[in-house]
Design a protein around this ligand. Structure first.
Ligand code: C5P
Length: 281
């Protein structure tokens, strides 16, 4: 049996660059892996795919990206054995933290090792892109500038020493809905100002808010005003930078090293889920 940590991500800035002919959007974002996540237990079995999960809402069939990841490799390599994947789910689903995508990337990596497939990083990245926009990032993890639909993943050095508080309200936000309702004219800055151009200049957490924003946050707040309340709550708690992750609903605050984030977490209303994490660098 293989045990794997399957961490979540936050988006430090997410800029929509344009709409593509295939209906997806090209974006630019700094993806940051965090220490908070799920745990996967993977073992070979005689045949078929079996998914077990600690949360009833996790799909056990083809809708699960782990299931799809195994079928993809099974087909490509003509694998005869089956697989059992047990998911200890901590990352709230549909929250913009990339839980399903992280699980899928973890499965690709684990199956590659377990079945001795010898897939290289570029091959894994290509297969990951076929599973979902956020999956390629999780093949590499840590910190990366992500472009295109999510398939261009450029590892980078960024801020390292800080704490993260993630707050997730109990709302379902549909990713396609948020992307569909994003209007290019609403972007906060000129499309000419790229994160890529400023990312190496940022030396402190406090400088982030001058350059980084999530284009989808305005749309999400328009339909879910509760997100604006959480933003304010985190800003008032001493966070140096507050933003939404992906298309929401998770909001996060970044705090200077040494801040007692546990005390801040204890004051977050109980109706929200909240998690403390560190960046994986
Ligand atoms: O690829 P994934 O399944 O994560 O995307 C979910 C939905 O989010 C897509 O169907 C699309 O509507 C939207 N999306 C987008 N542009 C992206 C990523 C996602 O329009 N880069």
């Amino acid at each position: 049996m293989t045990v794997i940590q399957s961490h979540c991500k936050i988006n430090i800035g997410l800029r929509i660059v344009g709409k593509r002919a295939d209906g997806y959007h090209n974006l630019e974002s700094v993806f940051q892996e965090t220490t908070f996540g799920d745990e996967l237990f993977i073992r070979k079995k005689d045949r078929g795919v079996k998914i077990l999960a600690s949360d009833d809402k996790v799909p056990r069939d083809e809708r699960n990206l782990c299931f799809q990841a195994f079928l993809l490799l099974k087909k490509e390599f003509g694998l005869r054995d089956g697989l059992e994947i047990e998911i200890l789910k901590n990352i709230p689903m549909g929250s913009g933290l990339g839980g399903g995508s992280s699980n899928a990337a973890a499965c690709l990596l684990a199956i590659n090792a377990l079945f001795h497939l010898g897939l290289t990083r570029p091959q894994l990245l290509r297969l990951a892109a076929g599973l979902g926009s956020d999956v390629p990032f999780f093949i590499l993890g840590k910190t990366a500038l992500v472009k295109g639909r999510g398939e261009v993943v450029i590892p980078m050095q960024f801020l390292k020493e800080y704490s993260i508080l993630i707050v997730v309200p109990d709302l379902h936000i549909s990713t396609p809905f948020i992307y569909k309702n994003f209007e290019m004219g609403l972007t906060k800055y000129s499309p000419g100002i790229k994160f890529e151009a400023v990312v190496s200049e940022v030396q402190t957490l406090g400088e982030l808010k001058e350059f980084f924003f999530n284009d989808l946050e305005g749309v999400a707040k328009q339909y879910h005003p509760e997100l604006a309340e959480i933003h304010q709550l985190l800003a008032d708690s001493g966070a140096e930078f507050v933003s939404m992750s992906g298309s929401g609903s998770a909001m996060f605050g970044l705090y200077r090293e040494g801040t007692d984030v546990q005390v801040i977490k204890d004051n977050i209303p109980q109706k929200y889920k909240s998690f403390i994490a560190k960046p994986v660098t």
